[in-house]
Design a protein around this ligand. Structure first.
Ligand code: PGA
Length: 245
């Protein structure tokens, strides 16, 4: 089971020691099988890599430029640089980046360059409120997956994160029955379309220590991408413990 902390534009040098408790938890045998991944902002990626070196915690980036090679792109960071700093994962296709201009085509280029660098991709997708209201959810999801992952090699290096846009940071979540159905539909689509025999699909959107019990019985779910509630170790640990115990 994956627990991925997406810190977004939060955290600084002072935040690094706040993950000590999570490192400690990751060493307890009961949690050895849990995959904990931290995706801090670029500025402290290297510090996180060093900090977690002798632990089972893995570090990921939150985005990259679509260009694979170095170039004159002021303020940008490519997948090579992310690999170089020691990160192993990368979040791509997040709705907050789609909102600021990432099209399916751009995301596709980002996935390709990340896969070429042997990074593991956390591929995000999900419908917004309007699309949901118009019953276009599955149509949108299919398009994001098929276009975003067109002609991708090493598909086993992709894990999927279903994040309904209306659920991110709002406190609203799908009820467990609907979510279970949705995850199964998504898995079937990925199996058929991308020929990945056993895809890992996570859920993201307002997951917190209070609502985590709603997800406990969803067998098809492989983990969570957690924003707000991952910034405080105490909440992140609470979520992990409530899911695993
Ligand atoms: P949230 O964010 O947990 O704060 O809703 C999740 C995400 O955007 O990945």
């Amino acid at each position: 089971m994956y627990f991925i902390a997406n810190w977004k534009m939060h955290g600084n040098l002072n935040s690094i020691n706040s993950i000590d408790r999570v490192i400690k938890l990751s060493r307890i045998s009961k949690y050895k099988k849990v995959r904990i991944i931290y995706c801090p902002p670029y500025t402290i990626l290297g510090n996180f890599v060093k900090k977690t070196k002798s632990s089972k915690i893995i570090i990921g980036a939150q985005n990259c430029h679509y260009r694979e090679n170095y170039g004159s792109f002021t303020g940008s960071i490519n997948a090579k640089m992310i690999k170089d700093i020691g990160a192993k994962f990368i979040i791509l296709g997040h709705s907050e980046n789609r909102f600021t201009g990432d099209t399916n085509k751009i995301i596709n280029l980002k996935v390709k360059s990340s896969i070429n660098e042997n990074l593991k991709v956390i591929f995000c997708f999900g419908e917004n409120f309007d699309q949901r209201k118009k019953s276009k959810t599955f149509q949108v999801i299919k398009k994001q997956i098929s276009a975003g992952l067109k002609n991708i090699k090493k598909k086993q290096n992709i894990i999927f994160a279903y994040e309904p846009v209306w659920s991110i940071g709002t406190g609203m979540i799908l009820n467990s029955e609907n979510l279970e159905k949705q995850i199964l539909n998504i898995k079937n689509y990925i199996k058929k379309k991308l020929k990945i025999p056993n895809p890992k699909v996570l859920y993201g959107g307002s997951v917190n220590p209070k609502n985590i019990k709603n997800f406990k019985n969803i067998k098809s779910l492989d983990g969570f991408l957690i924003g707000g509630a991952s910034q405080k170790s105490i909440n992140f640990i609470d979520i992990i413990k409530k899911m695993i115990n």
